[in-house]
Design a binder for this molecule. Structure first.
Ligand code: UT7
Length: 335
């Protein structure tokens, strides 16, 4: 059986910086509240004039990851694309990346698992490689949140949190034993689907219906979140997924060299860090700069930590995420 390892990483965020103070032009909020409750200082929102969107940000990140893997686009066997904010209702973003990168007619799979989208995608790529079906799989997480957020006081509980960006990894076949992805752990609890969701447009809430009703109180086409409920579940599920990953590999918290938590809220990351007794140099957070980029958050943070030299050969790297669905999971990597 083969192993899989990450051979290339890349990320792309739009240039346009939106500070907490900038948000006050649209809604009743303030820098102090946002920083205290979330840790966020600023985020990137696409400037529509640039033409950036979910797919082309993913393609930009992918180009960097492929080059750093020492490969060309023609070496990639399969694309996995995670997003909750696709450019179109259908088709998904994977085929758009295939076209933008002028790749051969390889398969492209879209993953709809929100904040844990990258964890799920990496796990799927890992299975394809371990079974021998593919040699190099391109895994992308990309989000254009700013295109669909409610920029008003009514939407502030959600809008201030989310940012745009994309990250990509190339997962490649490896013969080295005990290295690369050691295990992945995926979970869901669909009874909480509506606690963090965007309900329309969908086949349950289709556009003509929304237009016909023309109800000023209708927020079904904006994301909504039961913040405290989600928060309470997040801290429990994050911890469970990490413990499950450590136990599966007969490892302890003290073996962790780098934890990359999904950047949902700095307070969640800090809770998890404390629970596992990790020092500051063993956790990488960047929510301060980018907000919550959902399916892109883990891969942007992983890439950034690697670029900063925080991840070295043989390190034990733990990725963990929780979000809408609810879905959550972890990936344990020996770098
Ligand atoms: O990534 C997927 C997973 N997501 C998460 O894990 C997120 C989990 N939840 C959270 O991070 C937090 O619940 C939030 C950051 C979303 C909210 O923080 P909170 O401490 O739970 O605040 P809250 O929703 O309980 O709201 C407290 C108060 C309310 O006012 P009242 O009713 O106490 O007068 C809100 O209306 O803060 C108000 N508020 C705001 N004030 C200023 C809500 N949003 C804002 C805002 N600016 N942006």
């Amino acid at each position: 059986m083969y192993n899989s390892k990450i051979t290339g990483l890349g990320y792309y965020v739009p240039e346009n910086v939106v500070t907490n103070n900038d948000l006050t032009q649209w809604m009743d909020t303030n820098d102090e509240w946002i920083q205290e409750r979330t840790g966020i200082k600023e985020r990137r929102w696409i400037d529509p004039k640039t033409g950036d969107n979910t797919s082309n940000m993913g393609a930009k990140a992918a180009r960097i990851a492929i080059e750093r893997a020492g490969l060309t686009k023609d070496d990639i066997d399969f694309i996995i694309f995670a997003t909750l904010s696709p450019d179109m209702y259908f088709p998904g973003g994977g085929v758009r990346v295939q076209d933008l990168l002028d790749m051969p007619t390889i398969g492209a799979l879209d993953v709809r698992n929100q904040c844990s989208g990258f964890i799920y995608s990496l796990s799927v790529a890992d299975q394809f490689i371990k079974t021998g079906m593919y040699k190099n799989v391109l895994v992308i997480g990309s989000e254009n949140h700013s295109g669909g957020l409610e920029r008003s006081t009514r939407g502030r509980g959600v809008t201030v949190i989310f940012g745009d960006g994309a990250g990509a990894a190339v997962l490649s076949r490896s013969e080295a034993q005990g290295k690369g992805i050691l295990s992945s752990h995926l979970h869901s609890e669909g009874k909480h689907a509506k606690e963090l969701a965007l309900e329309g447009p969908s086949t349950g809430r289709w556009v003509p219906e929304i237009i016909k009703e023309n109800d000023p109180n209708d927020v079904s086409y904006y994301p909504h979140m039961n913040g405290q409920f989600v928060f309470k579940h997040a801290v429990v599920r994050f911890s469970e997924a990490i413990i499950e990953g450590l136990q599966t590999n007969n490892l302890q918290a003290t073996d962790i060299d780098m934890l990359i938590p999904h950047q949902a809220n700095l307070r969640i990351s800090q809770f998890v860090q404390k629970k596992f007794g990790l020092s500051d140099d063993k956790v990488h957070n960047n929510i301060m700069k980018y907000g919550n980029t959902t399916a892109a958050s883990v891969i942007i943070a992983l890439t950034e930590a690697w670029e900063l030299g925080k991840i070295k050969g043989n390190d034990l790297v733990v990725l963990a995420a929780f979000g809408s669905g609810f879905t959550w999971g972890s990936v344990i990597i020996r770098w």
